[in-house]
Design a protein around this ligand. Sequence first.
Ligand code: FES
Ligand code: FE2
Length: 402
Amino acid sequence: MSRTEIEWKERPKFPPTHFVDTGIYTDEQIFREEQEKIFNKCWIIACHESELPNAYDYRTFSHPGGEPIFVIRGEDMKVRSFYNICPHRGNTLLYDPVGNAKRITCIFHAWSFNPKGDCIDITRGKEGYQERFGCKDAGLREVKSAIGYGGFVWVNVDDDSCTLEEYIGDAMGMLDENLSMPLEVIHYHKAIVNTNYKLWHDTNSEFYHDYVHYFNRITGMIQPGYFDRKYTGYPNGHASVGSMAIKYDAYEGSKERGVGWPGLAPGGWILIDIFPGMTYNLRTSVLRMDTAIPLGPNKLLIEFRGLGLKSDTPEQRAERIRDHNQIWGPFGRNLHEDLLAVHGQGLAMRERTDSKWVIHGREENSTIHDEIGMRHFYAEWSKRMGRMASDPYVKKEDSAAA
Ligand code: FES
Ligand SMILES: [Fe+2]
C-alpha cells in the first residue's frame, strides 16, 4: 500500500539498531563531525608500498579528515608521511600525484625540506630572522604511518592513536596467509560519485545487493553454500565474510584458471571490511582494495587498487590484470552496478526535504544476506559520534565513552 506524508515519516517498526536516519548521509554538520571524530582518529590506507618502490618516491593523498598529505620513502628506505603544507605560509608543497623528490622545495619562497621532514634551507634566513628562527624551528608536520596487512601504507593523523595492530585486532585473520608475501599494485582507477561514503561501504558490508549484479544473480547466488556464508564482526567496526566459490566462468563455459592466489581455494572469496571505509576483497587471482575518501557529505572519491604478487611472471601478471579488469575494472562486469546503486541513493538523498529512513533490518542468522555487517558498522559509528545513527539529532555525548 502506498504511504501518505505522515506514514512516510513514521519511524520503521524495527529496533533503532535496524534503521538509520538519512540525515547521516546528507548533513554537512554531521560530516564535519565525522571528519573530526572518525577520520582524524582512525587508521586510513593512503597507498601501497609498491607505489613507492625507490628512495625519494612520493605519493600525495587527500586525507578524508581534510588535510592534504604526502607519503615519501626516505634515503633510509623508510616510508614517512607529512602534511603537504609548507610551515612558512601554508602553501602546497607537492602538486603531482606521484613523483620522486630528494629535496622538496616550496615554490612560494623556496624553503626546502628533506624526506625526513627536516627543513634544510630557508632562503635569506639569517637576514630575515637573524637568530630568532631557523631551520630547526621549521620542520614538516609528520603523520604517524605504518606498513602492514598486505603492504599497505596506513596513516593516522592523531598522534595519540593506538597502534595499527591494536586498531585492526583480529579482523584481518582470514587473510593472514594470503597476504604474507610481497604484493604489487597492478591496476588503479578511481571514481567520483555524488553519494555519501557510508553508502559505498554499505555495499561492501551486505550482499543482499547481489541482486544488482546480473552475473552474481545468475551464477554466485545459485551455487551451493552461497547462503551459508557467515558475517563476523570485530571490535572497532571491522567485519569479514567468506569464503565461497563464485563461478563467473559458468557463464562462458568453465575454463581452468592458470593463476590462483596462495592459500586461496580455487574460486574462493574472502572479504574484509575495515572501519570506516576500506575493503579487502580477494577473489580467485586478484586482491581488490577499495578506499572510500569522502570529499563532502554527498561527494565521494573511491580509489580502487587491484593487486597481484610481486613475484608474478609477465604471463601471470597479464592474466591477473585480465581477471581483474573483466570483473572489477572500470568497464568490468561488476563495479558499475554498485556505482549505479550508490549514485541513485546519493541522487535521492541529496534532494531530501523530509524525514526518511534507510532500513538495515534483515536477520538471516548472520549469513550473507543478513544486514548484520551494516549494523555492526553503524554501532561503531554511533559510538564514535556520540549520536545514534537512527536518531542522529539527539546527541549522546556520554555514549562516546561507552
Ligand atoms: S609558503 Fe612555502 S616558502 Fe613560503
Ligand atoms: Fe557489489
